[in-house]
Design a protein around this ligand. Structure first.
Ligand code: 2P0
Length: 450
């Protein structure tokens, strides 16, 4: 795979020669600045990139994280002679065939629990809504396609995971299915080396599969130059892990459950961007980082099959989404907190009502639940709310104003091993070459554990 800039810009050929057929060039008015550019014009479409004197390549790359600087070129304002320098400067950093993306988990405010399809579509019984986290917790994924690779290979946190053959985990099979599908769309037959690392414990109910699958699909789409919309990527990521579809977007994200049998109307979309409520925070109180005992996939099916209480859940969740959207719109922490706590409790009640029962909450989780209710009672309103995924670790949604108060309460419980804090994140983005996890010459991970 060659980069565009090597071919044209570094050699100093006029920027106009970059206007190859099929590439779109948009000219932006001079009122557009580096700050307004991303919201107005950040796009997955192939576009041509050049600069007027007020932009440097990296400024645009930083502000437009979804702009693939190795493929997409955007023309801003008048072309000056020194634009070639900027583009060439980027080319020095863009000669790698490795694509690296970073993405983040999301915390569901109204939860997804229960599928209507078990053939790997992961279409849910109810819509859900979440907050995408910032890079305090993140997954980094590098990948390369090459005819020198004899098979597809996947490393997660330094350890090789089988992606084909018999008895591979369901998630690995879904991942391989996604890889094959996207490879087919691109027309390449080359094998892939995929190296992924989480900055947080896997399978501990901190949405590592959501972060991993969303980042992978984002990286694959860019590596293969598929020019997909985030919505289409969300449909693909959903099929690796349902909740992953929400991590393709930043801010507050809704996953529409859809109704079609093929899942094409079950996708995620952004409801509020990450700048809408900058004071909103998620304090993640880790009480137990070990792997959960019942996987989400097994739990979804068991609850739908056996819980009597579950029949009331889809309707309850749909009302909850309406309330969350209103609470965020009004930046109302009282209403937001109460709504998320009730939804978390409702989901965990259906888990307990599953036969045999599923219990992700532990005594430590309950200490936090009691601590939050006591604190809210003392304040006379909800200043924070807890929500728990398929694990014992608490996500406490509050605002910066109450951070100190919440942290004091957490310390007082004596059960928290580690507390992390995240604002709303922007969704996945591409990283420059120096962020790669792959030794391109050796076609090996840089940090494999043996
Ligand atoms: C959620 N969880 O909405 C809910 C809340 C856990 C509790 O989505 O089988 O790993 O891969 O579609 O996405 C965890 O389930 O399940 C989950 P699969 P997933 O975030």
């Amino acid at each position: 795979m060659r980069t565009y800039y090597e071919d044209y810009a570094v050699s100093g050929v006029s920027i106009w020669s970059m206007l190859a057929p099929g590439r779109r060039c948009i000219s932006l008015p001079s009122s557009v600045t580096a700050c307004t550019l991303p919201t107005a014009y950040c796009t997955m479409e192939p576009i041509l990139l050049a600069f007027n004197s007020s932009f440097s390549g990296w400024v645009i790359a930083d502000f437009c994280p979804r702009l693939d600087i190795t493929k997409d070129v955007l023309y801003v304002g008048d072309i000056l002679e020194n634009n070639i320098y900027n583009v060439g400067n980027m080319a020095k950093h863009a000669t790698s065939a490795v694509t690296t993306a970073v993405g983040t988990p999301n915390i569901a405010l109204i939860k997804y629990w229960g599928k209507r399809d078990y053939t790997g579509l992961n279409t849910p019984n109810n819509s859900s809504i979440s907050m995408t986290l910032d890079e305090t917790l993140s997954t980094r994924t590098s990948l390369i396609f090459s005819d020198k690779l004899s098979k597809d290979t996947l490393y997660i946190n330094g350890i090789e995971e089988a992606v084909s053959g018999e008895n591979i985990p369901e998630k690995s099979a879904y991942l391989k299915r996604t890889l094959d599908y996207m490879r087919k769309l691109s027309g390449t037959k080359e094998n892939a080396l995929i190296v992924s690392e989480n900055s947080f414990p896997s399978s501990a109910g901190i949405a590592s599969s959501a972060s991993g699958a969303a980042t992978l699909v984002f990286a694959l789409s860019n590596a293969l130059n598929l020019k997909m919309s985030l919505k289409d990527m969300s449909i693909i990521a959903r099929q690796i892990s349902g909740s992953a579809c929400r991590s393709l977007f930043g801010g507050i994200v809704k996953w529409n459950k859809g109704s079609k049998a093929d899942g094409t109307d079950s996708y995620a979309e952004q409801v509020f961007d990450e700048t809408y409520w900058p004071e909103l925070i998620d304090i993640i109180a880790i009480v137990d980082p070990s792997k959960k005992k019942v996987s989400s996939s097994i739990g979804h099916a068991a609850t739908v099959k056996t819980s009597v209480l579950y029949t009331a859940r889809p309707k309850f969740a749909e009302k909850g989404i309406y309330d969350i959207e209103k609470a965020v719109k009004d930046r109302d922490i009282d209403m937001l907190s109460m709504t998320i706590m009730r939804d978390s409790n409702n989901m965990h009640a259906t888990m307990l009502d599953t036969w045999p029962p599923i219990m992700y909450l532990t005594d430590a989780s309950k200490e936090i639940i009691y601590g939050i209710h006591d604190m809210n009672d003392t304040e006379g309103k909800c200043i924070a709310g807890y929500t728990f995924d398929a694990g014992p670790n608490a996500h406490i949604i509050t605002t910066e104003k109450y951070r100190k108060r919440v942290n004091e309460m957490l310390e007082h419980t004596g059960v928290v091993r580690k507390a992390l804090e995240s604002h709303m994140g922007k969704g996945p983005r591409l990283l420059r070459e120096d962020g790669s996890l792959i030794d391109e010459k050796a076609l090996k991970p840089k940090h494999a554990k043996h």
